[in-house]
Write a new protein. Structure first.
Length: 358
């Protein structure tokens, strides 16, 4: 039987997965590109013509998304590739043809232990209500961390979870009526609107794919104030920059008021980055944890974000873990090399000294 284009894609993704690729890019008439541990690789002998990519998109996109691709030039989507994985896709026009960027997502949500989440982060899933901000740069694994925490909640079997994403990445099929998964742009118009409706939908825990503007931030705060536990993703290199970026969404005239509301519901800000593993087999996440202690909340209310960096450096608050301390812990556990620890440290000279002492 002749292989279809989708069969060929499944085979290609299986090969990419066996090589530990996180991402695949297909451009009509060009060699396939994959990303392994953040580095670009070429997949020899694997390519699709422009016509074959067009045929693929006919299968992978519904009518609404195909229309958006033609009118807007790009569209995001997600789908299952049976027997291989899920993919989060970005289809777009280039040079008169089509191209596809695919993020490979396992069917099963990784457990917190397999991600080496600090205990202080794992315990956040047990919070009764409040706001937990998960920060990181694109591709740093923030969605995986939030999905793992949501899965921990679902395993309790006593609370309902609502996920809001664009598009939906991980699925929780085994959880039945305890989980609702809504896609922004398809099931609802915006993150803010979906958050506002969450209380009426009897959601106990809400996972927000990205707090991307003031409206979403305010809706997330309001949901936490109403008694929900909200996990919200935000962009930033570290916990302080994540909080600064969120508050930059807010008009200066209302910054003090919104900062006060944020401080009242905040439980922790967690920032993560991916580092090369010591054995050369994959990457491992380092987590910076800034718990919402009285001192931290006071600085947020007073908009003294730069002083939060001093709190992290001092490391005296309970549950606090700076990025450099997290990186050093990974080194001490032999999960990363000394060279990696120094390369990813915020203070390389201090990291060199700490490593030399041990």
């Amino acid at each position: 039987m002749e292989q279809t284009c989708f069969d060929r894609l499944a085979e290609l993704l299986g090969t990419a997965q066996s090589r530990r690729a996180s991402d695949v890019r297909l451009v009509g008439g060009q060699q396939t590109t994959i990303w392994v541990d953040g580095r670009v690789r070429m997949l020899d002998g694997r390519s699709f013509t422009a016509a074959e990519l067009s045929e693929l998109l006919e299968v992978m996109l519904d009518e609404e998304r195909r229309s958006r691709l033609e009118t807007e030039g790009e569209v995001e989507f997600s789908c299952d590739v049976e027997g291989v994985c899920r993919v989060r896709g970005h289809a777009f026009h280039q040079q008169g043809g089509y191209a596809l960027a695919l993020r490979l997502i396992p069917f099963a949500v990784p457990e917190a232990g397999s991600l080496f989440l600090p205990q202080s982060v794992q315990k956040l899933a047990s919070c009764g209500h409040g706001l937990v901000i998960a920060g990181g740069m694109a591709g740093s694994g923030v969605t995986t961390t939030m999905a793992s925490l949501a899965a921990s909640v679902l395993r309790e079997g006593t609370r309902t979870v609502l996920t809001l994403e664009r598009p939906v990445e991980y699925r929780f099929p085994e959880s039945g009526a305890l989980v609702i998964q809504r896609e922004i742009g398809t099931d609802c118009v915006s993150y803010a609107a979906a958050l506002s409706a969450a209380v009426r939908q009897k959601a106990d825990v809400i996972m927000v794919g990205e707090i991307e503007d003031a409206e979403t931030l305010l809706a997330a705060i309001a949901a936490a104030e109403s008694g929900c536990l909200v996990f919200g993703a935000a962009r930033g290199e570290n916990a302080v920059s994540v909080l600064e970026r969120l508050m930059a969404f807010v008009p200066p005239a209302s910054a003090r008021q919104i900062g006060g509301r944020l401080a009242a519901v905040l439980r922790a800000t967690v920032a993560q980055r991916l580092l090369p593993g010591a054995d050369g087999d994959g990457r491992i996440a380092a987590f910076e944890v800034l718990p919402a202690t009285d001192a931290v909340c006071r600085l947020i209310r007073e908009e003294k974000f730069q002083q939060l960096a001093s709190v992290l450096e001092a490391g005296k608050e309970p549950g606090l873990l700076s990025m450099d301390d997290a990186v050093f812990e990974l080194y001490m556990k032999s999960r990363i090399t000394a060279e990696t620890a120094v390369a990813f440290a915020c203070s390389p000279d201090e990291m060199k000294e700490k490593i030399r002492l041990f």
